[in-house]
Design a protein around this ligand. Structure first.
Ligand SMILES: *Cc1c(COP(=O)(O)O)cnc(C)c1O
Length: 273
């Protein structure tokens, strides 16, 4: 609002796949920054971020990729994507809360001023000659950092690296496939987001049962799912719903847990319908 920035939204089709032709049309002379999630937390769609980066760059725009839902599920190479900026959160990848990563291309970060002042981010300070800031990344890391969280996030990344991401990706795809199959048995269940390329989560609604009620009751049966608008109200509105249930998959989940989930869902639905 302060800078009068105009935000344009890339539409998606009924399966939750981004409309790339519309994206191409939206890119113009005034486009400065494209922001997109690599994997949608509301739909599970995997977006073609490398192709989107190429198109953005052809229009002299930068691209910021939100990888919060990508890094726990698949190998990510920021250089292969050619992302100018890439962000992700610690707590989505088995790490601590309150910490995440902002990656940026060095030349861009060099050109940017600090966003905050504090300890450890200056080289020299003088009332006569002004202030020189410290080198990257310190320029952007004012004040005492959350040291315990940094160590915890480092351990989480090490664990993901040692576990071999390809195995996790394959395992989770099997879980997702099994869940999609089993969920077909549930009367009146509609999956929101049917992209052929999906990871991490299945969003769904069930006729005659509110997502919140399903979430509360299934919790009593020992199954934790996420319900609500998933901080993505516009995309839910696009699909004509105000809340969904979302079953998420992690490396530690098992096919038996998927079965438990679907059985519990059936029990819950007999209670609320
Ligand atoms: C969770 C999530 C965020 C927000 O991350 P926090 O660290 O919880 O603030 C942003 N984008 C996506 C795609 C997410 O899944």
């Amino acid at each position: 609002e302060r800078l009068d920035i105009v935000i344009k939204v890339i539409p998606c089709d009924d399966d939750g796949v981004l409309d790339m032709a519309a994206y191409r049309d939206l890119l113009g002379e005034k486009t400065r920054l494209v922001c997109v999630n690599q994997v949608s937390n509301a739909l599970g769609s995997i977006n073609p971020v490398a192709e989107m980066a190429t198109l953005a760059h052809a229009h002299d725009a930068l691209i910021l990729v939100d990888g919060a839902q990508a890094v726990p599920h698949q190998q990510v190479d920021v250089r292969e994507i050619d992302a100018d900026f890439y962000v992700f959160s610690g707590h989505k990848m088995y790490g601590p809360t309150g910490i995440g990563v902002l990656y940026g291309k060095e030349a861009l970060l060099e050109a940017m001023p600090p966003w905050q002042g504090g300890g450890e981010m200056i080289r020299t300070v003088s009332f006569e000659n002004g202030t020189l800031f410290a080198d990257l990344p310190h320029k952007f890391e004012a004040g005492t950092p959350p040291i315990a969280e940094v160590i915890g996030l480092g351990k989480a990344i090490d664990w993901l690296d040692c576990t071999h991401m390809a195995l996790i990706t394959r395992w989770e795809q099997q879980l997702m496939h099994h869940a999609s199959e089993r969920m077909r048995e549930v009367d009146g269940l509609r999956i929101i987001g049917n992209s052929p390329d999906k990871a991490g989560a299945i969003s769904f609604v069930v006729d005659g049962a509110h997502a919140q009620d399903i979430g509360l009751l299934i919790d009593q049966l020992g199954v934790a799912i996420r319900t609500g608008h998933h901080c993505a109200q516009p995309v839910l509105r696009r699909f004509g719903v105000d809340a969904t249930c979302r079953a998420s998959f992690a490396a530690y989940n098992t096919p038996e847990e998927i079965d438990m989930f679907v059985d519990a869902l059936q029990r819950v639905l007999t209670m609320v319908r």
